[in-house]
Design a protein. Structure first.
Lengths: 323, 256
């Protein structure tokens, strides 16, 4: 991408009392990118997005969106950002059409003047224009919220967990809409707890407990995985986990759908040697139809590896101190 | 769990027969029939608006069926709702524990609601806190716990009265991937002890962890079986693909 970054964040820190919500977060987003923040609840995603949308001030560090400082130039910046907060933010007692008109008027424009911008999304909910927003289904609410975030023709879209609690098929449809908007040149920042959505982003940041763990293109996120990784399956699903755990060289083993992902603690050993040793171990343990296959680490493998540091054990102690 | 058996061991933990609920002209749940065995982990999947919540509300005795019937732990949902509520546990992401009570107070409150004696509550609280490694947090406000701990605690509290069946409504939404897997280990432990687990989720990898799953589409059960059976029947590699194929055929084959 050419041109100045759409978002530049340097060393942003935010505390609430004793809790550090963001710890020296640094990243940039290119113009025209879909940039994803991926992490569980409590990772700091919402705090970060509230800073970027000028709703919170950072305690330290700086953030610029579209070249403007989020603290000093907030009034110039606000009208250029389209923001969809995590919780349903529309007026449930107003109709679909009334919500859209309200948000247009707040930004000094009209729905008619912006019809082309919202048409791809609003077209899908227009049949319900006279329905109260509170009576819409989850997927429809989400599309209305996106329409309201777009109605003032923003230069950047910031979406806080737009797909949380949304079923797997509606999530696909929503990401298709985002891809359409990106093709029109819009920069999009989006957060999600669903790791499988990373593939729909140009780049992603993995975030946990206020820290950015890694930033990469989705297809490269597993490149830094430090250990040999294998997909393991057997006929006996329940006994398999315990049997793999009892292998002498296990670094980690986690269920992944119908398989387990096994990381070997040794490096510098041929994958085929590990395949043979582990297969033999599992067969001796009495398992049938054993399969051990070398694999590339995916985003969830990487995330679990990065988050399982000793500091995590202090999580509860931290929380206790916060009371 | 060591709850005394009141009915034959072979009686299904949950049985729905043509269970139906209408709201005006709208049929939210349309004559669904299924059985869940004792100790089974049963995944109840479906798109938003497919009728899952309405079906669960009928099964836990909060909503009367329009027609059809269902039994849970051997009791009829329409006529024995009180008996059912004493024999089931329930947790969801939206409502589980009281945020401004401590861990200990939440356990005492739920123990009391479920009619446990003071001695039972004390013994089970100690065992529960030790199992979760929360001994030192018992006087902390629930609001101060990380989400993953809250969800594990909420599940344990839902099991406090040793229910026959536990209903889990999206218990792992927003939870980190390690805690999500620890939570599923707790589900397996409960099932191995004889508790029947009825669970909903939007994480399709979790659907693979269930003994059997059903997929609801527009009020009907469109498919039911083991994850392996459903994948084989649909000729696809993952439960996610099965789900998309059934719920939104026009999207099948596209990437997430």
């Amino acid at each position: 991408m050419s041109g100045p970054p759409a978002v530049e964040v340097e060393g942003v820190t935010k505390r609430f009392g004793d809790i550090t919500a963001l710890e020296s977060v640094t990243f940039h987003v290119d113009a025209g990118e879909i940039f994803g923040f991926i992490g569980p609840d409590g990772a700091g995603k919402t705090t970060l997005f509230r800073i970027l949308t000028t709703l919170l001030c950072p305690d330290a560090g700086s953030a610029r969106v579209l070249g403007q400082d989020v603290v000093r130039e907030l009034w110039a910046l606000r009208s250029r950002i389209g923001y969809m907060p995590g919780r349903f933010s529309l007026y449930p007692d107003l109709t679909v059409e009334e919500n859209l008109r309200f948000f247009a008027s707040v930004f000094g424009t009209t729905v008619e003047a912006q019809r082309d911008v919202i048409a791809p999304i609003y077209g899908q909910i227009a049949p319900f224009r006279d329905r109260r927003a509170g009576a819409l289904s989850g997927g429809m609410k989400q599309k209305l919220a996106l329409s309201c975030a777009l109605v003032h023709r923003p230069d950047i879209l910031i979406l806080d967990e737009p797909t949380t609690g949304v079923d797997a098929v509606s999530r696909r449809e929503f990401w298709d809409l985002l891809s359409t908007l990106r093709a029109g040149g819009l920069t999009i920042l989006v957060s999600t707890p669903y790791m499988d959505e990373a593939d729909r982003c140009d780049r992603v940041a993995l975030i946990q407990k206020g820290r950015v763990l890694q930033i990469a293109r989705p297809d490269a996120i597993g490149d830094q995985y430090p250990l040999p990784l294998f997909a393991v399956s057997a006929r006996e699903r329940v006994g398999l986990l315990a049997a793999v755990r009892s292998f002498a060289h296990t670094a980690s083993v986690y269920p992944f759908g119908a398989e387990l992902h096994y990381a070997d603690a040794r490096t510098g050993i041929a994958p085929q040697t590990i395949v043979s040793e582990l297969s033999a171990h599992l067969t001796v343990a009495g398992l049938h139809r054993v399969s051990v296959t070398p694999m590339r680490a995916g985003i969830e493998d990487t995330f679990m590896r990065l988050m399982s540091d000793p500091a995590r054990d202090l999580e509860l102690a931290d929380a206790s101190r916060a009371t | 769990m060591t709850a005394p058996l009141e009915s034959d061991d072979r009686t299904p933990a949950i049985e729905a027969r043509e269970l139906t609920r209408r709201f005006g002209d709208f049929v939210a749940v349309d004559a669904i029939s299924f059985q869940v065995r004792r100790g089974e982990v049963f995944g109840f999947l479906g798109a938003n608006g497919a009728g899952k919540t309405t079906a669960i509300r009928m099964l836990i005795g909060l909503l009367a069926p329009t027609s059809g019937s269902a039994t849970v732990a051997g009791h009829d949902v329409a006529t024995e709702a009180d008996a059912i509520r004493r024999r089931i546990g329930y947790m969801s992401q939206r409502f589980s524990l009281y945020e401004d009570l401590t861990v200990r107070e939440n356990i005492q409150l739920y123990g009391g609601i479920y009619g446990l004696t003071v001695a039972q509550i004390r013994a089970r609280m100690d065992a529960l806190l030790q199992r979760l490694g929360l001994e030192h947090a018992e006087k902390k406000m629930v609001r101060a716990l990380p989400l993953g701990w809250k969800q594990k605690l909420a599940f344990s509290v839902a099991l406090l009265h040793e229910p026959r069946v536990v209903f889990l409504d999206e218990p792992t939404g927003g939870v980190d991937p390690i805690t999500r897997r620890q939570f599923w280990q707790m589900i397996y432990d409960a099932a191995a002890a004889g508790t029947t687990v009825f669970v909903t989720t939007h994480y399709m990898d979790e659907a693979e962890y269930c003994d059997r799953i059903s997929i609801m589409v527009d009020g009907h059960i469109a498919a039911m079986g083991t994850p392996a059976q459903l994948k084989q029947d649909s000729g696809v590699a993952t439960v996610d693909d099965v789900f998309v194929k059934l719920a939104r055929p026009q999207l099948a084959g596209t990437a997430l």
